[in-house]
Design a protein around this ligand. Structure first.
Ligand SMILES: [Zn+2]
Length: 346
């Protein structure tokens, strides 16, 4: 999987290749986002880029870098057959495996499933593909294999990559077993947990993995909340005019909402900003309508290559803080100042 084949995730792709190019690859990462966002495909593309023998860099264009797709490593990654790529996922008993199911029993099926679905995961489709009911899990046997795999040397690549898809389906015993390897990694190994929600994951796992929040294109809750669009427009205008009195009123309005609503709004704002960037850089049509023609027409010009990534990170960090029960008003104020500065950097 190359980043160029994952539509609409250019900012995330640039962020991920940037991390690899800078040599600051964290050995345990959590890719958090709806399956529809392409989070699994991004994890695979990330692993492929990490091991590509001929990374490509572009001076202009929406993607800064990508794997070559041609070298022996890339060719194996495209088929998901590279011996340093290890895939773990929920499994269940089937006609073929009647007891103690684990990912090891379904490697061929999982590869076929991913190749048939553009390497996008979808848990319901996966269970249908396996022909099981919907109670798949990642169990102790998988955890034992993960620990063993992490202890082995990489065969062909520079990096051995373990991808655990739907990591929230890991049972507690399995999760506890992998804690140690998250803490004491072997050199040149990387474990990527891909999950839709961090809510059912052990906090001890969460605190050991670097979180990468993958934005989603469509989000049903946003449609139910037309207020988000007007709150976003108001906020951005205040930041642009640096109107402190009304900004603090705005912060109060958001902070008065529950924590879940605050997070939903910030996810919306992150996605809206990303949408503006794509519109500005690539001329793609806006998928979001802010209900304000003047704003629709002018604001996307504010989001450029110079500030898009910084803005994305600022939202990520505010979301992380609010997730961690930080005081919302302070987190929102800090975010506002960062966004304000970044908007000037265009
Ligand atoms: Zn390559």
């Amino acid at each position: 999987m190359q980043f160029k084949d994952i539509v609409g995730q250019e900012i995330m792709a640039n962020k991920l290749t940037g991390i690899i190019d800078s040599g600051r690859v964290s050995h345990a990462q959590l890719f958090l986002g709806d399956t529809a966002s392409g989070s699994l495909a991004l994890a695979i593309a990330y692993a492929q880029y990490l091991n590509c023998q001929n990374r490509q860099h572009y001076d202009n264009g929406r993607l800064h870098s990508d794997s070559c797709g041609e070298c022996p490593s890339c060719k194996k990654f495209q088929q998901l057959t590279h011996s340093d790529l290890h895939l773990y996922f929920p499994s269940a008993t089937t006609g073929k495996v009647t007891s103690k199911p684990s990912s090891a029993d379904f490697q061929t099926e999982f590869r076929d499933f991913l190749n048939a679905n553009n390497q996008k995961g979808d848990i319901d489709k996966w269970y249908d593909f396996l022909g099981t009911d919907k109670n798949g899990m990642i169990r102790e046997l998988d955890a034992d294999n993960i620990v063993r795999t992490l202890g082995m040397k990489a065969y062909e690549g520079n990096y051995k990559v373990i991808i655990v898809w739907m990591a929230e389906k890991m049972n507690t015993v399995a999760a506890n077993k992998i804690l140690k390897v998250l803490e004491e990694p072997s050199p040149n190994t990387l474990i990527i947990l891909v999950a839709e929600s961090s809510e059912r994951m052990l906090s001890t796992i969460l605190s050991r993995a670097q979180q990468v929040r993958i934005p989603t294109k469509t989000h049903p809750e946003w449609d139910l909340n037309p207020e988000f669009a007007s709150l976003y427009v108001t906020w951005m205008r205040q930041l642009f005019k640096l109107n402190m009195a009304t900004l603090s009123e705005w912060v109060d309005t958001i902070a008065a909402k529950g924590r879940e609503q605050q997070k939903q709004f910030l996810l919306y704002a992150q996605e809206a900003t990303r949408d503006c960037f794509l519109r500005h850089m690539a001329g793609t049509p806006m998928t979001m309508d802010f209900g304000d023609e003047k704003f629709n027409a002018s604001f996307p010009n504010m989001i450029t290559e110079r500030n898009a990534e910084g803005l994305n990170n600022a939202f990520d960090e505010a979301l992380f803080a609010i997730d961690r029960n930080a005081y919302s008003k302070i987190a929102l104020m800090e975010l506002s100042f960062r966004v304000c500065k970044l908007l000037k950097k265009r």
